[in-house]
Write a protein that binds this ligand. Structure first.
Ligand code: ADP
Ligand code: MG
Length: 604
């Protein structure tokens, strides 16, 4: 399928990999997927149907009245009758407008509600997916799925109704046509069917174009997201021209796709309207011949040509509907692709409530792990280790040796490919990730500050919002005085486009978040490396007290941080190469000794 690879083949430059849309299993999505959402609005659907029936009634009456004007009014020379019929027609027109007004109102409401409900379900799904889902996927891909949902809303508010309306109108007027003359009816229907067939014939080509369109738009979203996030880096590295070129590349692709679509539309619509016109001319011609032969009254012929004229729009709308349906199916499929992904947690998994983890050792048995692809290298190699409950375990090692990865496995962000991680005797795989993580307090290397108030950032997932404990946690993280000194204190907005924090302040905030959380298991990934020596010493002293009774894993670069750990593990290229205490490891003059020595030399 040449179309599906579009997002991937977008760039010849190295950027190709960055904007690549990930492979997804082919998902079928029919319009039935809309029904669960529509069902909630059943009460509003019936008045909509009522207005549709009314509309078809009006449509039926108009040609009959036209015939009456000619055959009754004119033939019998009764001006009062003509006036009466015309007044009736005006009344019908007014009624039709009113019912259309009501229908539009109801539909806009249903469409907006259904679309919001779908997006909400999508967001919920995203929040339930494992981290690995987001690892190899650019944000723009999901953003575009959300944006694309607008097409579903449009479908519900306009296309679907005009389809039903068209079908009803075609049925009613078709019957009328049949009543006047069956041959005219057959002639008209053949012409209509030809137009629809012509439109339908291009659905695969349209599907491929849509795929391309999606890929380009997603790439565009990615590009913009990255650019806004990396403005400082762009300026620092003088990448403006390069970024502009990349953006232009995407726009070029967008234009190509757009033009290709327009060309296809022109072809399809041009031929369609030719078919329609031909059909109408043939019908008029045929009806006129019938009048000449005396098989049709002049009034009936007028009614027939009028009816065919009235039928033209609904028949054209059927072809529009085919198009809208294809679009909607495409957008529904983009949503379904995400919905079919497996949740991180399944209901069978065990819940870890209360203090279910306190006093329990964590054990890694022969754990091996690689990120993503089957052919990528092993990042952890047959790791065996015991993390004793209530003790402090430190992990040191060169950058890239797999320390952060080890923590991510402990957090159940990824399952090990081989071996197992056990809490006492039970595999972590058997516990729900959400409940397990509730027992873990973590400061990651790339910890994140939300766009929220300072208090909101420290409370994070907590709903109790205990301000006493908040202040205490910030005092322990040596950041209380700073926060209190800000103009809005703890209610100051931080994060993107809020009050800026320095790296060290961010780290202290993250530590305060951890302390406030008061978990049974503490994982720190280089959590104090941005602090000055003075603050680090003070915080480490406070942490020591905080650590009592908790199972702690500290990944640290500075050896001053790990000296007092109960056990120190040295990692190298994904394996544990040494373990022991500071004294023991220093004496044995192995890898740990080398690390210490290098650091001392740096200090000189
Ligand atoms: P450390 O924390 O010891 O510096 P990491 O655990 O961060 O090391 O990384 C170990 C190895 O895993 C590195 O070689 C890195 O390139 C690779 N790696 C880290 N994260 C990912 C990822 N999301 N996808 C693929 N490889 C990764
Ligand atoms: Mg790391």
């Amino acid at each position: 399928d040449p179309g599906s690879g579009y997002g991937r083949a977008l760039f010849l430059e190295p950027t190709a990999a960055f904007y690549a849309a990930p492979e997804v299993a082919e998902t079928k999505a029919s319009l039935q997927a809309l029904w669960p959402y529509l069902r909630a609005h059943r009460k509003r659907l019936s008045p909509v149907l009522m207005t549709l029936l009314l509309a078809s009634g009006f449509a039926l009456l108009t040609p009959l009245l036209t015939q009456a004007i000619v055959d009754k009014g004119i033939q019998n020379r009764q001006i009062s009758l003509i006036l009466l019929i015309c007044a009736g027609q005006l009344a019908l027109f007014l009624g039709r407008m009113l019912s259309e007004f009501v229908r539009a109102r109801l539909l806009l409401r249903i469409g907006a509600r259904v679309s919001t409900a779908m997006l909400k379900a999508f967001l919920h799904k995203l929040l339930r997916l494992p981290l690995s889902f987001f690892d190899n996927r650019q944000a723009g891909d999901n953003m575009q799925r959300v944006t694309d949902n607008q097409r579903v809303e449009d479908f519900l508010t306009t296309s679907l109704v005009s389809f039903v309306l068209s079908v009803v109108t075609i049925l009613v007027l078709g019957v009328l046509l049949l009543y006047y003359h069956w041959q005219v009816f057959v002639l008209f229907m053949l012409g209509g069917a030809a137009g629809i067939w012509w439109n339908h014939a291009f659905r695969e080509r349209r599907g491929r174009l849509d795929q391309k369109r999606f890929g380009v738009l997603a790439a565009n979203q990615d590009m913009l997201l990255e650019m806004f996030g990396a403005m400082q880096e762009i300026k620092l590295t003088g990448s403006e021209a390069r970024k502009t070129r990349q953006w232009e590349d995407i726009q070029e692709q967008a234009i190509t796709v757009k033009l290709e679509s327009l060309r296809l539309d022109q072809l399809v619509q041009g031929v369609s309207s030719f078919i329609n016109e031909t059909r109408n001319v043939l019908v008029t011609c045929f009806a006129a011949v019938l009048v000449v032969n005396g098989q049709l009254t002049l009034g009936a012929m007028l009614a027939v040509t009028y009816t065919c004229g009235q039928l033209s729009a609904p028949v054209a709308q059927l072809t529009d509907f085919i198009r809208a349906m294809q679009n909607t199916r495409f957008s529904l499929r983009r949503m379904a692709e995400v919905h079919q992904e497996a949740d991180e947690d399944t209901p069978q998994l065990q819940h870890l409530a209360g203090d279910a983890v306190t006093g329990k050792d964590i054990r890694l048995q022969n754990v091996s792990f690689r990120y993503g692809h089957r052919h990528s290298p092993l990042v952890l190699r047959h790791v065996n280790l015991l993390i004793p409950a209530g003790k402090v375990t430190a992990i040191v090692g060169m950058s890239g040796s797999g320390k952060t990865t080890l923590l991510k496995l402990l957090l159940k962000f990824y399952p090990p490919q081989e071996g197992d991680i056990l809490l006492e005797d039970t595999s972590l795989q058997d516990f729900s990730a959400e409940s397990w993580r509730r027992h873990c307090g973590v400061v990651m290397q790339d910890g994140y500050v939300f766009r929220d108030t300072i208090a909101g950032n420290v409370f994070a997932g907590d709903t109790e919002k205990n301000y006493e404990r908040l202040y205490e946690a910030c005092r322990m993280a040596c950041i209380h005085d700073f926060f209190a000194s800000l103009p809005f204190g703890y209610e100051t907005l931080i994060g993107k486009d809020g009050y800026g924090l320095s790296e060290g302040q961010v780290q202290r905030l993250l530590l305060a978040r951890l302390i406030y959380r008061n978990p049974s298991i503490v994982l720190l990934d280089e959590a104090t490396n941005s602090l000055d020596a003075h603050n680090e010493r003070a915080i480490l002293r406070n942490l020591e007290q905080f650590f009592t009774g908790k199972t702690v894993v500290v990944v640290a670069h500075r050896l001053s941080t790990v000296k007092h750990a109960d056990q120190i593990l040295v990692m190298d290229k994904g394996a544990i190469v040494e373990s022991g205490t500071h004294a023991g490891l220093s004496a044995s003059r192995g890898a740990y000794y080398q690390l210490v020595k290098n650091q001392l030399e740096l200090g000189k």
